[in-house]
Write a protein of this length. Structure first.
Length: 260
């Protein structure tokens, strides 16, 4: 009876523990990655209302974090935090940095913060390095689409750990998201707060379903990726070396469409 009671107690305790995406990571202690962000926002690919001046099409700096499943920078179909709102609308990172730091201090859910320089055109590359840990194998980041009301691209909680090892390389196509805090339809829309605030939603070729929407291409089934991110695991001999930039041809990202 005593053994049974102890066993039930142990099982009960184990079942109450949080089970996250990173719970089964048994990889080596640390891993470092080069993250390469590639903008694919060209006038050929996205001809409708393409911003040519004041300001021309470009990308903000990249702001990211490595973390556990206890933390979330942003999630599709959930409300954006004040920090994500400020970053998506104005490119201001202070509030978002504060939120990340507070999450790290309160529940030890953050391993590190990383950033990469802005890109002054719609196409181009920027890169930096990041470090992941078995208890913090998830990567999230945001990059603001400039100009735009509150649109951004990014990744939410990508797990770089596969059981007992780290992934060598991963590439993800990126599509535009609406932070749900500004009601503008076009790249150059004036500031018009969404009240009440809406959730984060993916912008598609048919949603929002309005001809004024800058990404409205009704003849397409899906939008081509507006950006791409690649994460490459660094070997010890590569640490501190310059970024291995990847040149991606624009011809794989063109829209053949006529929109008035």
């Amino acid at each position: 009876k005593v053994i049974w009671t102890v066993l039930v107690t142990i099982l009960g305790y184990a079942s109450s523990l949080p089970v996250g995406e990173d719970a089964l990571c048994t990889a080596e202690e640390l891993a470092k990655y080069r993250i390469i962000f590639t903008g694919k926002w060209s006038q050929t690919a996205f001809p409708k209302q393409y911003p040519l001046y004041r300001p021309p099409a470009q990308w903000s700096s990249l702001l990211g974090v490595t973390h556990s499943s206890d933390y979330s920078m942003w999630k599709k179909n959930e409300y954006a935090s004040n920090g994500v709102r400020d970053f998506a609308e104005k490119g201001e990172a202070w509030a978002l940095m504060k939120e990340i730091e507070e999450a790290g201090e309160k529940i030890q859910s953050v391993h590190g913060i990383f950033s990469a320089p802005a890109i002054s055109s719609g196409t181009g590359q920027t890169s930096t390095e990041l470090e992941v840990h078995p208890r913090h194998p998830l990567v999230s980041f945001v990059v603001r689409i400039v100009p735009s009301p509150d649109w951004f691209v990014g990744i939410d909680s990508l797990n770089l750990c596969e059981g007992d090892h780290w992934m060598d390389e991963v590439t993800v196509d990126l599509f535009p998201y609406d932070a749900g805090t500004d009601s503008g339809f076009t790249f150059s829309s004036p500031n018009f707060a969404t009240i009440p605030q809406d959730t984060v939603t993916e912008i598609t070729c048919s949603s929002p379903s309005h001809p004024a929407n800058s990404f409205y291409y009704p003849k397409l089934k899906i939008l081509p990726p507006i950006a791409q991110v690649t994460m490459v695991k660094l070997k010890k001999s590569q640490l501190g070396l310059s970024a291995p930039f990847i040149n991606l041809p624009a011809k794989n990202n063109e829209i053949i469409d006529t929109v008035s």
